[in-house]
Ligand binder design. Structure first.
Ligand SMILES: NC(=O)C1=CN([C@@H]2O[C@H](COP(=O)(O)OP(=O)(O)OC[C@H]3O[C@@H](n4cnc5c(N)ncnc54)[C@H](O)[C@@H]3O)[C@@H](O)[C@H]2O)C=CC1
Ligand SMILES: C[N+](C)(C)CC(=O)CC(=O)[O-]
Length: 469
C-alpha cells in the first residue's frame, strides 16, 4: 500500500523532504501558506529528479502523488509520517503541533527538521508529546543521508524503531541521538567551523574563497569518507589514536582557536563576507550552484559506492531493497536505470564505455536470473564474455531513464548468447544494441565447461522460449 507523508512547511528543507518521500514512492501532501510554495517545491523536485536516481544502478520505485492543501487538517489526515519544516521559531513550531495533533492519526510520527531545538522543548505544550521527535536533515535532503533522530524518554521504543525503519527505507541514515542537546551533534561542529571562519575573515587572514579551498582540497575530502576519529587514528601513525592524542591534545590549550567567542557580525563584516562571496561565486546563480553541488555529491557518493564505504555502503544496501525480480519475457527487461552525470564525456553525451557497462550489467542480471548468481560464482562457476558487437544508434544524456531488453538468442551447452536493446524509457527509441556471446567457465581451471544442470536447463528453456517469439 502506498504510504502518505504530510510536509508542513515547504521551503528549502520541506521541499527536500517532499522530494525524498516522493522519489521513494510515497504520496506527499504539502501545507504551506506561502503562495509561492508550489513553484519553490517544483524547483527542488526538479533538482531531485535529476539527482537522486543517478546514485543508483537500478530505477527507483514509481514516484508517488504530490498534492497541495489549503489547510493543515487536510494535509495531515491519514498521513503516517508528518514532517514539520516551518521556520526556526519555537512558539511557531509548538502552535503547529497543537493544530496538527487535532487532526492527525495518534499513531503517526511527527518529525521536526529543527536545527537547534531539543525534542523536549518541542514536546513541551503538545497534546501527545510521545508522537514528536527531532529528525534533523542536511541540505540537500534528497541526496544527503544523515538524519539526526533525537528522542526523549517520552518516545516509546516502538516509535523510535518505527521512525528508524521508515528513514532507513527512504535511503537515509538515522543517527539516534539518545541524549538531547541544543543543535544536536553535527550542527555543533558546523557552527564551530563557521565561527572560526568568521574570525579568519574579520582578522583579514583569509577570504571566503581561501577558506573554502582549505576545506575542499584537504580535510573536507577526508571527513567525507572517514569522519574525524578514524582520520585522526591514522594520523597517529602505527601507534594509533593514543599517540595522536598525546601529541596533538596539548595544542588545544594553545591559542590556536577562538572557538568560544563569536565575532560581532557588524554591518561592515557582513558586507565584507557578502562581497567576497559575490567575487567568488557571483557568476553562478543559486540554481547553477545547486546543480554543481548535486553533481559533485553524486560523483563522490558513487565513488564511495564502488568502495562500499560510508554513504556509498548505505546506497548499496538501499538499492538491494528495490532491485526488481525479472520476468522470463521475451524480452527480459534486464536493466532499468537513470544515466548518471559522471557517465558524460567531453562530447556532452554518455561515453561509449558506459554503453558497455550497461550491457554488462544487463548480462549480469540475466546470469542471476538463470541461477548463475553470486553463490553460484562463489562456488567456482561463471560466464565470461567472448565476443561483443555494440551498435551505437543514438546519444544518451545524463538524467535520462533507460531500459535494456534482452533476448536469449542461443543457449546450448557452454554457449550463451544474448541480444540486448538499450531503449530510452520515455519514447522507446533504441539507443544501442549489443550482441553478446558468453562462454560458461570453471573459475578454478579457467577453462570453458558446461554449466551445472539447473543453470543449463534455465538457459535452454529461455533460448527456446525466446526463439518462439
Ligand atoms: N536551511 C537549512 O540549511 C536547514 C534548515 N533546517 C531546519 O528546517 C526548518 C525550515 O528551514 P528552511 O526550510 O531553511 O526555512 P524556509 O524559510 O526555507 O522554509 C520555511 C517554510 O515554512 C513555511 N511556513 C511558515 N509558517 C508556516 C506554518 N504555520 N505552516 C506551514 N508552513 C509554514 C514558509 O512559508 C516557508 O515556505 C527550520 O527548523 C530549520 O532549522 C534543517 C536543516 C538545514
Ligand atoms: C545552517 N543550519 C544550521 C540550518 C544547517 C543545518 O541545520 C544542517 C545543514 O544542512 O547544514
Amino acid at each position: 500500500m502506498v504510504k502518505t507523508a504530510a510536509i508542513i512547511g515547504g521551503g528549502v528543507i520541506g521541499g527536500g523532504w517532499a522530494a525524498r518521500f516522493l522519489l521513494n514512492g510515497w504520496d506527499v501532501r504539502v501545507f504551506d501558506p506561502d503562495p509561492e510554495a508550489e513553484r519553490k517545491i517544483g524547483e527542488v523536485l526538479g533538482n531531485a529528479r535529476h539527482a537522486l536516481p543517478m546514485l543508483y544502478d537500478v530505477a527507483l520505485p514509481a514516484e508517488g502523488a504530490l498534492s497541495f492543501h489549503n489547510t493543515m487538517s487536510e494535509a495531515v489526515a491519514g498521513a503516517s509520517w508528518i514532517q514539520e519544516s516551518v521556520p526556526e521559531r519555537l512558539a511557531l513550531k509548538r502552535k503547529v503541533y497543537q493544530t496538527l495533533q487535532e487532526h492527525c492519526d495518534a499513531g503517526a510520527i511527527i518529525g521536526s527538521s529543527t536545527s537547534g531545538f531539543k525534542p523536549s522543548e518541542l514536546q513541551g505544550c503538545a497534546t501527545r508529546p510521545e508522537q514528536i521527535v527531532v529528525t534533523h536533515p542536511f541540505n540537500p535532503v534528497y541526496l544527503l543521508p544523515l538524519i539526526e533522530l533525537v528522542t526523549t524518554e517520552k518516545n516509546s521504543a516502538d516509535l523510535v524503531a518505527r521512525a528508524s525503519d521508515t528513514l532507513t527505507k527512504l535511503g537515509l541514515y538515522p543517527l539516534h541521538v539518545k541524549k538531547e542537546i541544543d543543535a544536536h551533534i553535527a550542527d555543533r561542529f558546523l557552527e564551530a567551523v563557521w565561527r572560526e571562519a568568521l574570525w579568519l575573515i574579520k582578522d583579514g587572514i583569509a577570504t571566503t574563497e581561501e577558506i573554502d579551498n582549505a576545506i575542499r582540497y584537504g580535510f573536507g575530502l577526508r571527513w567525507g569518507q572517514m569522519g574525524l576519529f578514524e582520520t585522526y587514528r591514522i594520523a597517529g601513525g602505527e601507534a594509533g589514536m593514543r599517540h595522536f592524542i598525546d601529541q596533538f591534545g596539548p595544542c588545544l590549550s594553545w591559542p590556536w582557536t577562538k572557538l568560544m567567542d563569536v565575532p560581532e557580525l557588524t554591518e561592515d563584516l557582513a558586507q565584507m563576507i557578502a562581497d567576497q562571496s559575490d567575487a567568488q561565486s557571483g557568476h553562478l546563480s543559486i540554481r547553477e550552484l545547486e546543480r554543481k553541488r548535486d553533481n559533485n555529491l553524486i560523483a563522490m557518493m558513487r565513488a564511495l559506492r564502488q568502495q562500499g564505504n560510508a554513504a556509498g555502503r548505505l546506497i548499496n544496501e538501499h538499492q538491494v531493497t528495490f532491485r526488481p525480480t525479472l520476468e522470463d519475457g521475451p524480452p527480459i527487461v534486464s536493466a532499468r536505470r537513470v544515466i548518471p552525470a559522471d557517465w558524460t564525456d567531453y562530447n556532452g553525451h554518455m561515453n561509449e564505455g558506459r554503453y558497455g557497462q550497461l550491457f554488462s550489467d544487463a548480462a549480469d542480471a540475466v546470469m542471476t536470473h538463470v541461477g548463475a548468481d553470486a553463490a553460484y560464482i562463489a562456488a567456482g562457476n561463471s560466464y565470461f564474455t567472448a565476443e561483443t558487437t555494440i551498435k551505437f544508434l543514438a546519444e544518451a544524456q545524463a538524467g535520462e531513464h533507460v531500459i535494456v531488453e534482452t533476448r536469449v538468442t542461443e543457449g546450448a551447452g557452454k554457449k550463451l548468447r544474448c541480444y540486448h536493446e538499450m531503449k530510452r524509457a520515455s519514447d522507446g527509441a533504441v539507443l544501442a544494441t549489443s550482441d553478446q556471446f558468453m562462454l560458461h567457465v570453471n573459475l578454478e581451471t579457467r577453462r570453458s565447461c558446461d554449466p551445472l544442470p539447473e543453470v543449463l536447463a534455465r538457459v535452454e528453456a529461455l533460448a527456446t522460449l525466446h526463439k518462439e517469439d
